[in-house]
Design a protein around this ligand. Sequence first.
Ligand code: TRP
Length: 369
Amino acid sequence: MNTPTKKIVLTGDRPTGKLHLGHYFGSLLNRIRLQNQQNDVKNYEFDQYIMIADMQALTDNAENSKKITSSVRELILDYYSVGLISLDESKPQSTIFLQSAIPALSELTMYYMNLVTESRVVRNPTVKAEREQKKWQGGSVPFGFLAYPVSQAADITAFKADFVPVGEDQLPMIELTNEIVDKFNSTYTEVLTRTKALITKDSKLSRLLGIDGEQKMSKSLNNAIFLSDSEDELRAKIKKMRTCTRAKINDPGTLEGNAVFYFIDVMSSWFNINQSSHPILQEIPIWKSRYVSGGNGNEEYAKDSFLKEQLFNLINQMLIPIRQKRQEGLENIDLIYKKIDSDIKKANIIANNTLHELKCAMGLNYPNF
Ligand code: TRP
C-alpha cells in the first residue's frame, strides 16, 4: 500500500528566557494547531520537529552559558504547559530535541561553510540588525555568531524540512538555506530538498506589543507578560499599563495608543480563535463607546481600575490552565526529560542519515574507516 509521505515541519527557539504572550500568540498557537492536525488526513500529514537551539543561543552568550542552560529547562516547561509536550502517548506529539544533542548538525555546518562566501554571510540583514543592536565589546563580533545562519541551514536540511514556520526576520535564513541546498545539489548530487517559510499571517496577534503599548513585546525591553507569571505578577503588570491622559474619568478618552484597550482587543481575538467565551466580552463595545464619548455619570466601567481588573480576568482565564500544566510539568520533570531523550534518539537517526547521504555525495565514504 502506498502510504502518503508526511510533510516535515521544523521550528526552533533560542533558549534565552521564559516564553511570553508574544511567543504564545506569534508562534506557539500556530505550532499547537499544526501539531493537532498532524494526523488529520484531510490536511497534509505533518511531522513537527521543534528544536531548542542552545548552540545558536551560545553564539552571542558564550560568557553566559548558565543563562542558556537554565532557560532550556524553562523552555521545556513552557512547551509542556501549552501542550507541545505530552506524556500521554495517545495525544498528538511534536518531536522536541536539543541542538547540542545532535552532533550531525555541527558536522553539516562545517561542510556548508565551504559553500557560502564571507560577503554572503556578512550581508544577512537579520544578522546585521542583531549585530548593531548588541554593540559587542570592542566592536568585534564572535565568528560563531556570523556563522549561525549556516548552522541554521544545517538544522533545517538535516531533517529535510518542507516547511519552516517563522517570523519575517527569519526569511534571510530560509533564503540562505535554499542557496546552500542548490549549491550542494549542483556541486555534488541531488541529496537535499528546498524548504519553504510558513509566515504567520499578519494578524493583530502575530506581532504583539508589550505592556507599554508601543514596542514589540520582548524580555529585553522589560515589557513582557510571561506564560509563567503568577496572578500577582500579572496584576502588577496590568496596573503599570498606560491608558490615556484624562483629567477626570468623565472626560472623553482615546482608544488609540491605549495599552489596556489594546490588550482587551487582543484577548477578545484569542477567545474568538479559541472558540471560548467570557461573559464580559459582550460588554467591550459598551465600555469603548463610553470611554470615547465621556459622560456625566460616575459609572464604574469608565474607571481605569475597573477596565484593568476586567483585562486581568481575561488574561488570567487564559493563563490558569497554562500555570496548572506548568506545575504538573514541574512534578513530572524527569518523565518529560525521558520523553525528550527518546525524541533526541529519533532526531539523531534522521540527522545521521542525512549526514551519511551528504558524505557519500562528497566522496567521504572511505571504505575502511
Ligand atoms: N534563529 C531562530 C530564532 O532566533 C531559531 C532557530 C534555530 C531556528 N534554528 C532554527 C528556527 C531552525 C527555525 C529553524 O528564533
